[in-house]
Ligand binder design. Sequence first.
Ligand code: GDP
Ligand code: MG
Length: 442
Amino acid sequence: MFEQISDRFDDIFRRLRGLGKITDTNIEDTSREIRRVLLEADVSLQVVRDFITHVKEKAEGTKVLKSIKPGEQFIKIIHDELIHVLGDESAALDLTKKPSIILMAGLQGSGKTTTCAKLAFRLKNEGKKVLLTAADVYRPAAIDQLKSLAKQIDVAVYDEGLGNPVSICANAVAKGKSDRFDVVILDTAGRLHVDGEMMNEIQEISETVSPHEILFVADSMTGQDAVISAKAFSEALPLTGTILTKLDGDARGGAAVSIRQVTGTPIKFAGVTEKMDGLEPFNPKQMADRIMGFGDVLSLVKKAEKLTDEKTIAKLEKKMRGNEFNLEDFQTQLKQLKKMGSLQQLIGMMPGMNRKLLKGMDMDDRQLSWTEAIINSMTLSERRHPHIINGSCRKRIARGSGRTLQEVNQLLKQFAHMQKMMKQFGKMKSRKMPMGQFMGIS
Ligand SMILES: Nc1nc2c(ncn2[C@@H]2O[C@H](COP(=O)(O)OP(=O)(O)O)[C@@H](O)[C@H]2O)c(=O)[nH]1
Ligand SMILES: [Mg+2]
């Protein structure tokens, strides 16, 4: 996600970090670069202009700062502005009415039907009784698609086949009331481009059922197109928010950065996979971190916490602080890592990890397996006291694990480096260490 834009930000930040003092020239140069990066990522021109103006204004103030590192301060200004553009705080759905009516709007293929089902699944898991409504009557396949997704997640569907979408929605809402549903979600038709007839129809639906939430579904991979249609939809309908889909694709970031400003309403959710559990509440800070390549500690820690026994973490932490961490512990950690998913993906979430460097490293999951194989071929005392592993031990381990001597040496070297890093972490007493930060793969 956002590889291109975060690589570019990375370059800008590296230069800024080196600065001992911020001058007018620095501000001008950096502003110009940011402008170029944002435009290349397909951010709308107006948003780019405002962004640069705000960043420049605030950066002026850093010229006089002497105590703090001015480069870091400048980076913080850019970061804060990006969070601001993305909406500052997370925004929840208004689900106070019974039933709460949610209308989905957006172009064809943007992900409306999938998102309706994903949202239904989320709300169902929160204990709500949800009714999905098939109001895309122009393609019979659309109704089947919604029904089949609803079946997967075991949620009720209201449909009348190919009827009139306005009355289908009104009837679904009536059923929602009489059968005491908590939420009624209306899946509507889209067109390939903004089109008057489609807008009239969805306006009519909106006026007839007065939804509590009108969500614009935007395909984040379409960049400027998503921004243009966002504007059209926000002018035609009283939108209450946006859902950005397909953030797992190679989105350049433009839609994500522009849409909040263009629609004037918050981004409420993000679609991150095609699957039914692939819808996450949108978090501006987390998104800014991803775009700027700061890594996503929050997701990483959450992922680690989900799969790691708290006691194991506490035990490992204690060992690391006491500098007693050995290869046996490393083995435990590798097993946890493997459970968490692809190594590349995990490393990408770690802060301070330079993507370009990573590409060269080619850390893949196979490497994880052979690392484990090597450790498995060691004796218990070798694992606990790696320093006793001499030349002949290394040869034996290589033979036993079916790896080369060179690989065994490489692992031991990597481990020694990791121990050194942990020693440094151990000195930072009060700081709580999240699981991911000491994987030692730096
Ligand atoms: N990878 C990915 N695919 C998505 C996401 N949301 C929707 N899709 C896919 O996008 C395509 C169009 O989605 P659909 O819900 O039919 O769009 P609609 O025409 O607006 O109803 C389908 O193939 C979906 O599986 C997402 O968040 N990530
Ligand atoms: Mg659809």
